[in-house]
Design a binder for this molecule. Structure first.
Ligand code: S3P
Length: 448
């Protein structure tokens, strides 16, 4: 499991133009939800294109521990025979969610209204992340928890025996909080209502509807109000997991900064709640064309053609943050190669990701010779107009996106860029090294 193994130091070097086709693995958010929702219906849910990263394998293992039958039947093909809403069995052992914040928070939501007790833990990164934001609403349903100070893992959750419906306004722009509340609402009689001020990724709402739940979103003066009717009988589904736009961001960014590059990234989802990075890059002058635009599984999809581009720094609108929250690390790398300043505000949620991503990017960029300005909820990167020094080692703090961001950076810096540990990359993008090598990127493990 990531973070439990020996560190894997890696180095990226200035590379020739990147060329070819980047076949991106399945979406991490949709993969977690496919397994969890599959476990919550009686009958067989068939999933193709599942991301086989460690985060998802940990969720698959957890669903088995709660009584579902989860089986890998082929490359990315999985079958889940679920237990039904409210049917989770009590796990015999601690649930280890590894590095996965989404995994643990969604699973805690799903079990919080079942009459069972479970104990959760994770790796050093996950154990340092705040769980109070999930526990607060789950307590309102009637669940109880005992954890470390601030609700950190390991913690034990005692599910509500007689759950009561909740109306909850989320204090953070977080799809994980929203999804935990909705999943808890499944086994609760009556209407569960979740209000979010800013629209976050809506995979849970779309998928719950697809599985047969009655759920509706309306925009009110308070924000986006999502109402779920409790205790539905979910119907097993056949799911084709779309490819992950957050993983696609790495080869896309690398192609933009490595001179002469021209790559194709097929089948990327353009769900507006996830596509903020592509809008931002286009505004910076990126040469990205959207080919073969179509609708698949109810979501807009396109093939991205990306060519190396001269980029201009911009001010990213803060209200775009939820739609590109995982992409700020790689955007700040792209920004280092642009001309002028890139200003990223309204990004305080980055401080509670797999690591404090504002701090990790700021320190790493400084090490590579880039001037930054940093505050509690902002990061400003001073672009070097294509000429970035590199020549240092970035600390990755068990964070896959920090590791991949600096490795992409090193493909275009004067001197190589190293990371102390690329082990966490396997949590979300297990084929990253092979895929990048296939495009011509010079990324190596240091001991090879
Ligand atoms: C996710 C939501 C986001 C995101 C994470 C995946 C999800 O977290 O950063 O990688 O699948 O719901 P927050 O909800 O905490 O913003």
């Amino acid at each position: 499991m990531a973070g439990h193994g020996t560190p894997i130091p890696m180095t990226a070097r200035k590379s020739p133009p990147l060329k070819g086709v980047a076949q991106i693995p399945g979406d991490k958010s949709v993969s977690h939800r496919s397994l969890i929702l599959g476990a919550l219906c009686v009958g067989e849910t068939r999933i193709s294109g599942l991301l086989e990263g460690q985060d998802i394998l940990d969720t698959a293992k957890a669903m088995t521990a709660f009584g579902a039958n989860v089986e890998r039947v082929g490359d990315g093909d999985w079958v889940v025979n679920g237990v039904g809403v409210g049917g989770f069995a009590e796990p015999e052992d601690v649930i280890d969610c590894g590095n996965a914040g989404t995994g643990v928070r969604l699973i805690m939501g799903a079990m919080a209204t079942c009459p069972i007790t479970a104990t959760f833990t994770g790796d050093a990164s996950l154990r340092s992340r705040p769980m109070g934001r999930i526990l607060d609403p789950l307590m309102l349903f009637g669940a109880q928890s005992v954890g470390r100070t601030g609700g950190q893992l390991p913690l034990t959750l005692v599910g509500a025996r007689e759950p009561v419906p909740v109306r909850y306004t989320s204090p953070h722009a977080s799809a994980q909080i929203k999804s935990a509340v909705l999943l808890a609402g499944l086994n609760t009689p009556g209407e569960t209502v979740l209000i979010e001020h800013e629209k976050t990724r809506d995979h849970s709402e779309r998928m719950l509807r697809g599985f047969g739940a009655e759920i509706e979103t309306v925009k009110t003066a308070e924000g986006y109000q999502i109402t779920l009717q409790g205790q539905p009988e979910l119907k097993p589904q056949t799911i084709a997991v779309p490819r992950d736009p957050s993983s696609a961001a790495f080869p896309v960014a690398a192609a933009l900064i490595v001179e002469g590059s021209d790559i194709l990234v097929p089948n990327i989802g353009l769900n507006p709640t996830r596509a903020g990075l592509l809008t931002t890059l286009s505004e910076m002058g990126a040469d990205i064309s959207f080919e073969n635009v179509r609708t698949e599984g109810g979501e807009p999809v396109a093939d991205l053609r990306v060519r190396a581009s001269a980029l201009q720094g911009i001010e990213v609108p803060p209200d775009r943050a939820p739609s590109m929250i995982d992409e700020y690390p790689i955007l700040s790398v792209v920004a280092a190669f642009a001309c002028g300043k890139t200003v990223m505000r309204g990004i305080k949620e980055l401080r509670v990701k797999e690591c404090d991503r504002i701090d990790a990017m700021a320190r790493g960029l400084e090490t590579m010779g880039v001037t930054i300005e940093e505050g509690e909820d902002f990061l400003i990167v001073h672009g070097q107009n294509g000429d970035v020094a590199g020549g240092g080692t970035a600390q990755t703090h068990l964070d896959h996106r920090i590791a991949m961001s600096f490795l992409c950076m090193g493909l275009a810096t004067q001197k190589p860029v190293s990371v102390d540990d690329g082990g966490a990359i396997a949590t979300s993008f297990p084929i990253f090294e092979d895929l990048m090598a296939g495009l011509g990127a010079a990324i190596q493990r240091d001991n090879h």
